[in-house]
Design a protein around this ligand. Structure first.
Ligand code: ADP
Ligand code: MG
Length: 383
């Protein structure tokens, strides 16, 4: 789960990570009173969307007067901001963050993430801040330093010194920042904290100018307060609906909708689709405890997705019974708008005959396949 910059910075403050003073605002008037409560001008008005690249897209505005601030806030609120991370449709700006303008000496990059190679959190740092780290990694890999933490809750002296040296920053500035971020990371079950840029002020002090933070979804059950920071407006509508029905669903950008039982089989199904030269529209594992209602919700999700041009059902019935899936299809079909959407069924295993009979008796036109290979081939042909 991603959170907004203003929310992440609030957490930064609690853990002693220096950030500029700022306030969130959802109207122009709120933005003006937010600015008046801060030092400045200059102020910086920042669009709060779950995407980076706002600066280059006009989503971060430096304002030297209340008049400029009014204009910037009015121009951003209610507008769709298109950045290199949003896709062409952009993201609607519903909220702004107004903060004090900071004098910038140097812009650095610093993030803390789970290093899967060593199974620990690691700091990833670079003196090339303010640009996309993937680009730095591709062009100048030597400009990126990776520092796995030695202990889970304490930053040790040598690591802090090494990071400070790599970034040419005072160790006395760097160590408390690293310590605060590490505590925040662990206590909040974060999977990523990214400061891009982390700024060195002309006097040598550090300040986090940008803040991105992701929380591990699997830890939200014990992170009640953080769970409340979820912003449904920023999530994929399809994923939101799937979550409401307890379906394991990930939206993708292909055109074959997939309905599968079991995560492994769902991944294999996506692989076979790609092997045949097409692309899956989603990952969907209906799970072992599926009911007719949940199966129906899964089908409705696929049927109502305008991106989907064919639906591939791959059920290998074990604990999941084929008749449950079949009844789910019948229930969803009754409300399906695009009746001509091709449905390819590989329905084998427990109660297979019953399942097929239910679909036939309901008069639903599906194409049957015996193997995954055959079903995927039919789906690609149907496109
Ligand atoms: P994004 O990564 O989405 O473009 P950032 O928060 O990184 O957004 O802002 C983009 C740039 O705007 C920063 O690299 C920095 O140069 C400038 N900036 C952001 N916040 C401030 C601030 N409070 N004071 C001065 N400059 C800022
Ligand atoms: Mg940034």
């Amino acid at each position: 789960m991603n959170i907004h910059e203003y929310q992440a910075k609030e957490l930064f403050r609690r853990f002693g990570v220096p950030t500029p003073r700022g306030r969130a605002a959802s109207t122009v008037e709120e933005a003006v009173s937010a600015a008046e409560a801060l030092d400045g001008p200059p102020w910086v008005v920042k669009a709060q969307i779950h995407a980076g690249g706002r600066g280059k897209a006009g989503g971060v505005r430096l304002c030297r007067s209340v008049e400029e601030l009014r204009q910037a806030a009015g121009g951003l609120l209610g507008r769709r901001l298109v950045t290199r991370q949003t896709g062409a449709e952009g993201r609607l700006v519903r909220r702004l963050y107004v903060e004090e303008g900071v004098e910038i000496g140097r812009e650095l990059y610093l993030s803390l993430l789970i290093d899967r190679a060593c199974g620990r959190p690691a700091f990833v740092v670079s003196p090339a801040g303010g640009m996309e780290i993937e680009q730095v990694a591709a062009e100048r890999p030597e400009a990126i330093g990776r520092y796995p933490v030695e202990e889970i809750d304490r930053i040790d002296g040598p690591s802090a010194a090494a990071v400070a040296r790599f970034l040419a920053v005072e160790e006395g500035e760097m160590r408390p920042l690293l310590q605060g971020l590490l505590e925040l990371f662990v206590r909040c079950d974060a999977s990523l904290i990214e400061l891009n840029p982390l700024v060195v002020r002309p006097d040598g002090r550090l300040v986090a100018l940008d803040a991105k933070m992701a929380i591990d979804d699997n830890a939200l059950f014990r992170q009640q307060e953080l769970a409340g920071l979820r912003d449904p407006d920023e999530e994929d509508a399809r994923e939101r609906e799937a979550a409401a029905f307890g379906l394991n669903y990930v939206a993708l950008d292909g055109d074959i909708g997939c309905m599968v039982n079991g995560a492994g089989l769902a991944m294999a199904t996506m692989d076979v689709i790609q092997l045949k030269g097409a692309r899956p529209a989603n990952f969907l594992d209906v799970g072992g405890g599926v009911t007719v209602e949940r199966a129906a919700a899964g089908f409705r999700l696929l049927f109502s997705d305008s991106q989907v041009r064919a639906v591939l059902v791959n059920i290998f019935g074990g604990i999941v019974r084929c008749d449950i899936i079949a009844n789910g299809l019948v229930a969803a079909r009754a409300r399906q708008v695009r009746k001509d959407l091709p449905v390819l069924m590989r329905l084998v295993g427990t109660h297979e005959e019953e399942g097929r009979a239910i679909i036939r008796d309901a008069g639903i036109d599906v194409r049957w396949a015996q193997t995954l290979d055959e079903a995927a081939g039919l789906a690609v042909a149907a496109l």
